[in-house]
Design a protein around this ligand. Structure first.
Ligand code: DX5
Ligand code: ZN
Length: 226
């Protein structure tokens, strides 16, 4: 089942930007047509990489003209939910694998922040466990690489999870993150994903606006033909 009437949204991942010029990079993404800013938070424990935390999000929030889509790749996410909401997140996504033992309580801690809530799954993690919770989840992030690093290759086998979610009637946003390009984006949209995160493909493009327009056009026409 396609993503119905949900709009295609493109979210450049700041992980691939030039952090030395963070403010300019935010503006560059916005001028290129970004719908959301995808902000990757890595704690060096849940994933073997470290990126940024609440103080940087607070700074970004002061200048960003688009919603901050915060992807938490951290352990014990429920303990941090309010802190990231206070920092200025407009959407908070945590990993199911990081909260498996107390998922219901963690989901509630995120819902209590008042932010729309996303749940992410890495490639080996099935989505079946999410089935009883679908009505309480605003966005499902189906990772198309193993969380932790930008610049990896897209794993097409995860598309079955997107199809499964739509076949169960899930009507929230489905986001794909990892190795998304104008070449891989159409398959994501065809499967039912409507939010595409792209780091390397957009920030390292010679012309970011052209790359973003191409990704959007490819995804929208793939969606239209489903
Ligand atoms: C990986 C991050 C991604 C990453 C995507 O753990 O969640 O958001 O920045 O980067 P690309 O688009 O380069 O695969
Ligand atoms: Zn991400």
């Amino acid at each position: 089942m396609p993503a119905m009437s949900l709009p295609v949204r493109i979210a450049p991942s700041l992980l691939a930007c030039d952090f030395h010029r963070l403010g300019e990079e935010l503006a560059r993404a916005e001028q290129a047509g970004a719908d959301w800013h995808h902000v990757d938070v890595m704690d060096g424990h849940f994933v073997p990489n470290l990126s940024l935390g609440p103080p940087v999000i607070e700074s970004i929030k002061k200048v960003a003209q688009r919603p901050l889509d915060v992807h938490l790749m951290i352990e014990d996410p429920g303990a941090w939910a309010q802190r990231y909401a206070d920092a200025g997140a407009d959407l908070l996504t945590f990993h199911y694998e990081a909260a498996q033992s107390d998922f219901d309580a963690t989901l509630e801690a995120f819902r209590d922040t008042g932010c729309p809530v996303g749940v992410a799954v890495n490639p080996p993690c099935p989505v079946d466990d999410l089935k009883p919770f679908l009505e309480r989840i605003d966005l499902i992030l189906v990772m198309s690489v193993h969380a932790g690093f930008g610049g990896q290759s897209f794993l097409p086998e995860v598309l079955d999870k997107v199809r499964a979610l739509r076949s169960w009637g899930y009507q929230g946003d489905i986001q794909m993150d990892g190795g998304v390009t104008a070449a891989t984006g159409p398959a994501c949209a065809e499967a039912g994903a409507n939010v595409l995160v792209a780091g390397t493909f957009l920030f390292r493009a010679t012309d970011m606006a052209a790359a973003l327009a191409e990704l959007r056009e490819q995804a929208e026409s793939a969606l239209a033909t489903t």
